[in-house]
Design a protein around this ligand. Structure first.
Ligand code: MG
Length: 232
């Protein structure tokens, strides 16, 4: 076996973030009567939220935005976008609802359970490496039933550094008492997971589910999770 430690990203690699997020947003849209308040249908609202949220996450990953601000701003800024004013209080309610409800959703990327069972049976040490928030990542893993497969959970929230930054990976290697050559990362984000690991000397399996372009060649690239079983 070439590797002994598998570092696996959670959101969008195993936990189907898009499906779970959309389901939560639909609930929230109805419960808070956002159609009436924003004069927009769900898809229009969700599309705007998506763009605003992605921009804020970029700032969060760069360390220039606090998560408490992100929680509220992604909603208050979306409400602003639809012409509402004084949006902080409602933005906060929506942010709280989202953070409370979304981790209860259980949709997984196709092939997740089969892959985790396979990897565990092969004797790998499995560790989650995630930039997601501490308050929600454990609950997502528990409710979707994948927590039992993991030996370690490394969260940027605890480490104080986020992927793709080198100190995040150095911390993980130190905690695992592992050399970079003993590890491989499995992740869906070319800039955060794959470039970050590469920079730390760790091999990569890029889960390119959406056919994204990479400006360098990851160690391995797959278009679906089950192909990882041919590599490991
Ligand atoms: Mg991800």
């Amino acid at each position: 076996m070439k590797y002994s430690h598998l570092l696996i990203d959670l959101d969008r690699t195993l936990w189907d973030f898009e499906r779970n997020s959309e389901q939560t947003m639909r609930e929230l849209f109805d419960k808070y009567e956002l159609q009436k308040l924003c004069h927009a249908d769900f898809q229009t609202f969700f599309d705007a939220y998506h763009i605003i949220n992605a921009g804020l996450w970029k700032a969060y990953n760069n360390g220039t935005l606090a998560k408490e601000v992100l929680y509220v701003s992604r909603f208050s800024m979306t409400l602003d976008h639809f012409g509402m004013t004084d949006t902080f209080a409602l933005g906060k309610q929506l942010g709280d609802y989202y953070v409370f409800e979304s981790p209860k959703k259980t949709a997984l990327v196709p092939g997740t359970m089969e892959l985790l069972r396979y990897l565990k049976a092969k004797g790998y040490t499995l560790s989650i490496v995630s930039n997601g928030f501490k308050e929600v990542q454990f609950e997502k893993m528990r409710t979707s039933g994948i927590d039992v497969f993991f030996d370690n959970v490394f969260l940027s929230d605890d480490i104080g550094w986020q992927k793709p930054h080198r100190p995040f990976f150095d911390h993980v290697l130190q905690r695992l008492h592992a050399q970079p050559s003993e590890c491989v990362i499995i992740g869906d984000d070319i800039n955060v997971d794959i470039a970050g690991a590469r920079n730390a000397g760790i091999d990569q399996i890029f889960c390119n589910f959406s056919g994204a372009k990479a400006d360098f060649e990851p160690t391995h690239t797959v278009s679906e999770l089950k192909s990882i079983m041919e590599i490991l």
